[in-house]
Design a protein around this ligand. Structure first.
Ligand SMILES: *[C@@H]1O[C@H](CO)[C@@H](O)[C@H](O)[C@H]1NC(C)=O
Ligand SMILES: *[C@@H]1O[C@H](CO)[C@@H](O)[C@H](O)[C@H]1NC(C)=O
Ligand SMILES: *[C@@H]1O[C@H](CO)[C@@H](O)[C@H](O)[C@H]1NC(C)=O
Ligand SMILES: *[C@@H]1O[C@H](CO)[C@@H](O)[C@H](O)[C@H]1NC(C)=O
Ligand SMILES: *[C@@H]1O[C@H](CO)[C@@H](O)[C@H](O)[C@H]1NC(C)=O
Ligand SMILES: [Ca+2]
Ligand SMILES: [Ca+2]
Length: 296
């Protein structure tokens, strides 16, 4: 084999290896239990065609509204009782990812180029600058922000290289608004994605997309500062996660498909498709009986 085609051939082999033998074992029972067509029947689609790549949602109960940020830079919310879509603020960005509404009625969001932004009635402010590939953020009751960086090596456009390389470049970070200090709490995540805080704020759950699992970082008690596995062998890569009122979590799963692998060995296009949200019961035991949502 000519040296020129050796690397592409290796890449191709490696990619196929990951595709057919993913680094986790699929749970067959979870897959066969999920009946997409019937489980999707009870859903109400709120806005179809009006929102451009909404990555994440955050519900503000006091306002009866669901917030989202779109790829064209709009922070929008839907008033639930009359399903009115409001274009709230525009941010000069095409790279908005996860967000969270704060107790003060602002929205904190991850801009994967600029860092963490705060959007309020007054406008947009960068609160944690120079963070690349921040993916999701959550606010604790004392105002502390916990957020993920998916990859310290690759940019969002190259996320598939992070997947193919298979090394843990993800991080969990903390921002203390009192001291204006950002600290890395934990490194070594295989693509740190969505983040949620437990009901008692004693741990955060970090979705680790390429490992099809969620990890738990303790913030209190004798396990404070340690990491363990919260749920594993999920039937897809976990993306966003939100706390449910009963203390369990809603997790959106990604089905990863590879569409074209060129003979040159380059992965030309890898598509994330068929996003599904799955109900995950609390206390570390995963169960995905109910498919509950879908996003595009
Ligand atoms: C899935 O749901 C459809 C429609 O309700 C039903 O016809 C089909 O039998 C179900 N399949 C399984 C495997 O449960
Ligand atoms: C929807 O309700 C909000 C108040 O909750 C009101 O301000 C708004 O005008 C309503 N929109 C429509 C289209 O009725
Ligand atoms: C952030 O990045 C900008 C532009 O690259 C640079 O001018 C600035 O000094 C950086 N700020 C910090 C706090 O590192
Ligand atoms: C907070 O720290 C960042 C550097 O990390 C700096 O750019 C910013 O101006 C600081 N903000 C305040 C309010 O001190
Ligand atoms: C948990 O540990 C961190 C340092 O890792 C410390 O700052 C914090 O106060 C501890 N929290 C509790 C509730 O013990
Ligand atoms: Ca989120
Ligand atoms: Ca995400």
């Amino acid at each position: 084999m000519a040296p020129k085609s050796f690397l592409p051939a290796c890449l191709l082999a490696f990619t196929l290896q990951i595709f057919f033998f993913p680094p986790v074992s699929f749970s067959v029972s979870l897959l066969s239990n999920s009946n997409e067509s019937s489980s999707m029947e009870g859903l109400i689609k709120l806005e179809v065609g009006c929102v451009n790549h909404p990555e994440d949602v955050s519900i503000v109960v006091s306002k009866g509204a669901v917030y989202t940020a779109t790829r064209d830079g709009w922070v929008k919310y839907i008033i639930l009782h009359n399903e009115t879509l409001v274009n709230w603020k525009h941010v000069d960005s095409q790279s908005l990812l996860g967000l969270t509404a704060t107790k003060d009625g602002d929205v904190i969001m991850c801009d994967n180029e600029k860092g963490l932004l705060k959007v309020s009635e007054e406008g947009v402010k960068v609160i944690v600058p120079n963070v690349s590939f921040a993916n999701d953020v959550i606010e604790a009751s004392d105002g502390t922000l916990y957020f993920t960086v998916s990859s310290t090596k690759y940019t969002p456009a190259d996320f598939y290289k992070d997947m193919a390389e298979g090394n843990p470049y993800g991080q969990l970070l903390k921002y203390d608004p009192k001291s204006n200090q950002t600290t890395v709490l934990q490194e070594g995540f295989y693509f740190a994605n969505g983040i949620a805080l437990s009901k008692d704020e004693d741990f955060v759950v970090v979705c680790e997309s390429w490992k099809f699992r969620c990890r738990r970082y303790w913030l209190k008690g004798d396990r404070n500062g340690t990491l363990d596995t919260f749920a594993e062998n999920l039937p897809g890569g976990p993306d966003n996660i939100n706390l449910a009122p009963d203390g369990s979590f809603w997790i959106a799963l990604i089905k990863v498909y590879m569409l074209h692998i060129f003979s040159k060995g380059l992965i030309e296009h890898m598509s994330l498709n068929g996003f599904q949200a799955t109900l995950l019961l609390g206390n570390g035991h995963s169960s995905s009986e109910e498919l509950v949502g879908q996003k595009k």
